[in-house]
Design a protein around this ligand. Sequence first.
Ligand code: TYD
Ligand code: MG
Length: 451
Amino acid sequence: MAKTKSAFFCRSCGFESPKWIGKCPGCSNWNTLAEEIKPSNANHAWKKSTRKIVEAKKISEIPDLQQQKLVLPDSELNLVLGGGLVSGAVVLLGGEPGIGKSTLLLQLALRTPGNILYVSGEESESQIKLRAERLGASNSNCAILTETLLENILNLVDEITPDILIIDSIQTIYSDALDATPGSVSQIRDCTGKLLQYAKENNVPVFLVGHITKDGAIAGPKLLEHMVDTVLQFEGDRHHAYRILRTLKNRFGSTQELGIYEMQGTGLIPVKNPSEIWLAQRDEPLSGIAISGVLEGMRPLLLEVQALVSSAVYGMPQRSATGFDLRRLNMLLAVLEKRCGFRLGQSDVFINLAGGLRLEDPALDLALMAAIMSSYHAEPLPLRCVFSGEVGLSGEVRAVQRIEQRISEAEKLGFTDIVLSKYNKIPDAKDRKIKIHTFGRVDEVFSWLFG
Ligand code: TYD
Ligand code: MG
């Protein structure tokens, strides 16, 4: 009998080493190497394929991808996929447990006409049926299979030839060609490889659900993300109903798009006007609140930024930011101190972005500083005013991209004033109702606001 060999594989990058080491030489992460049985060459799937005569095609003869995109009944999913689902595409959907990955894909399976096979390695048939009843819609052609052995799944797939195959999740599927346990690096790599081969040979789109590790990366080798065509990430705060679907990689479209859903009792409902839900409807002005015109991907959003400045009573002043980078907050506080002369060194500063969102658009800076100053002076900002600008280290208000989109979003939602950088080239518009105020430095903004 042949001796089974084992090796150590890095869970993060797939690096292989004959012995255990604490720090992976491939990706410099600590404690990521785990022992696995190495597949022997005899039963390795890639060696089995037989040779055949192949031909190269002229680029002009290759049909246009655009025509082959299947438009799904889910507007947000179409958006993040770049217009629709390409036949033969393999899409990996990652996200935290309980965020709604299974719900999103089951909902898709139930609402898309055609033969859809939903394979679950995580839930029983009756659990899936229960969820399907909650989701309401039903496609009688949607088939459910609870199975984790890849060979059995592929046998069934050959028989029923589905139009879309959904695998929930790739970490639970295993192949008996390998001795490694389900969820191990080599199982994930090989099962994905075989599913990829199936998708490309039969032109069937495949959705894979991927678990994520505690630091947010998709569990398994990084190679998984390289292998698939599209990587989508489902995120959001579990205590809020809103979920964001982001494209991390897309071979068939831009990665700038963003889908927004609301989790309701009947599944995930696409959100058409995200700004409207994130703005609290308020008639009386409060101090410490500013509205920011930000862009998330290609979508303009108006978002409430809240700040609280209070004198530090427990010695060390605290700085805390929810949904915003703490280092950037510290930088903006330093700008306030050095360039505008406000001493916040003895104050606690708390920042919160409404709705449980996490944003990185630098255009948030100006709204954030205005909210901090408003809380500091205990004076509310003008009620229907939007701020959109980046703040530099010398206290200058810098231009931000796609200004026209931000202005129109503010105008659409009934705002009367918008504060921008004077370095932004603002296109002329005759019937624009919103008043535009431009400034070159933040201290000029503050003197305009607080006199
Ligand atoms: P689930 O889709 O199983 O998440 P994942 O597959 O990413 O682990 O979980 C979705 C969560 O949403 C679950 O806690 C129950 C809740 N939910 C709703 O609020 N409304 C619904 O219609 C459904 C089906 C689930
Ligand atoms: Mg699930």
